[in-house]
Design a protein around this ligand. Structure first.
Ligand SMILES: Nc1nc2c(ncn2[C@@H]2O[C@H](COP(=O)(O)OP(=O)(O)OP(=O)(O)O)[C@@H](O)[C@H]2O)c(=O)[nH]1
Ligand SMILES: [Mg+2]
Length: 352
């Protein structure tokens, strides 16, 4: 699609920068390789780097642009310099793989997340919970895609679909296979022009294959699965945004092995709404749902209204989220104190 302006690549006036600078242009980050970016102004796509001043002001890795971000750039022939990041409307984030106290942003300003899970050996309700919690936490609407339907009998597919429906009754589910054109059409029908969709899910579940099908051509590399493990080979290595002919925007992401939840309290709450609603009716506000008298959650577990596996998944995510988030908060406070101390030492030196 030939784009003409930033509105075609998902911009709307709510992103408008608070101060106008005629020398800077609004652009969207389309791809990222470490600190090398590719940005699009609507009219052109350019390589981009961040300015020295921008780099100097970075406090955490979250201050760096990610795919989907809106930025202010100056254009110098073939290169754009990124000067500022515009406030994000939504994010998809996980606990950093390198540090237990840091959050890693995956994409920003995404409207919907297609959470792709294979109906084969990849199928895992607890992992689905994680992706849903991450999406809800970042203000992204989740849509579940159960893929590779060609590998299973209809009854098996229905059985797995019902498991998902009973755990997440409010979330749309699409059953798909790259061999079934009607399922690709169903995904297309679920998409709207100028909205941004990211595809997330384990490596090898068929995200890039689905995107190629949506575009009707090979825009992304895919690979064959390892015959011995039936696992993906991490074919997609970076995130990238594409504009579909019909107008929606699509971001492909590499499969994620580790999916630690962090800063996602609200997301966990939204994912397990049924449990939280029951918990509200417990006799004691700080009920642990273990042995307390008048525990509405325990009653619902006993009557089967809440599934034991679902409750176990909730407990695990809640505990992990709370640990990771408090570690992140502690570290940020320490970093802040350290920053203050350095500034104090510098100013004392200057005054001497
Ligand atoms: N049977 C079957 N195989 C599929 C389907 N979709 C994808 N595959 C195969 O699964 C393998 C992995 O597909 P990819 O699209 O590369 O998977 P991915 O999710 O993008 O993987 P990463 O980029 O590593 O995250 C390829 O061999 C595809 O041909 C499907 O609907 N049915
Ligand atoms: Mg891929």
């Amino acid at each position: 699609m030939k784009t003409v302006d930033i509105y075609d690549i998902g911009y709307d006036d709510s992103f408008l920068p608070d101060e106008e600078n005629p020398l800077l242009t609004i652009a969207r980050v389309f791809a990222q390789h470490k600190e090398q970016f590719s940005i699009c102004t609507g009219e052109i796509i350019l390589s981009a780097e961040i300015s020295g001043k921008y780099r100097y002001c970075i406090e955490t890795s979250e201050d760096l642009p990610v795919v989907g971000d809106w930025v202010l750039v100056s254009i110098h022939d073939e290169l754009a310099i990124i000067h500022r990041l515009l406030p994000r409307r939504s994010i998809l984030a996980r606990k950093s793989v390198h540090s237990s106290s840091e959050r890693q942003l995956i994409v920003a300003n995404v409207d919907y997340a297609f959470i792709v899970q294979g109906l084969d050996r990849d199928f895992n309700l607890n992992r689905l919970d994680r992706y849903i919690a991450m999406s809800c936490a970042g203000k992204i609407i989740p849509i579940i895609i159960l893929n590779k339907a060609d590998l299973l009998a209809t009854e098996e597919i229905e059985e797995k679909k019902q498991l998902v429906v009973s755990r997440h009754p409010d979330i749309s589910i699409i059953i798909s296979s790259f061999t079934q054109d009607e399922s690709i059409q169903e995904i297309k029908n679920a998409m709207q022009a100028k909205k941004t969709y990211c595809f997330v899910g384990s490596s090898g579940v068929g995200k890039s294959t689905l995107i190629n099908k949506l575009f009707g051509k090979e825009i992304l590399i895919t690979t064959t699965l390892s015959a011995s493990t039936n696992k993906g080979q991490h074919t997609t290595t970076h995130r990238q945004l594409f504009v579909m002919n019909e107008g929606p925007l699509v971001i492909d992401t590499p499969g994620m092995r580790e999916l630690g939840v962090i800063g996602a309290m609200e997301g966990v709450e939204n994912t397990f709404k049924k449990i939280y609603e029951k918990a509200d009716r417990c006799k004691f506000k700080d009920c642990t749902h273990l042995n307390e008298v008048g525990c509405a959650v325990k009653e619902a577990l006993e009557s089967g209204e809440i599934n034991q596996d679902e409750f176990a998944s909730y407990k695990k995510l809640q505990k992990e989220e709370s640990y990771n988030s408090s570690t992140m908060l502690e570290r940020r406070q320490k970093d802040k104190q350290f920053g203050k101390m350095v500034k104090q030492v510098m100013s004392n030196k200057k005054n001497r």
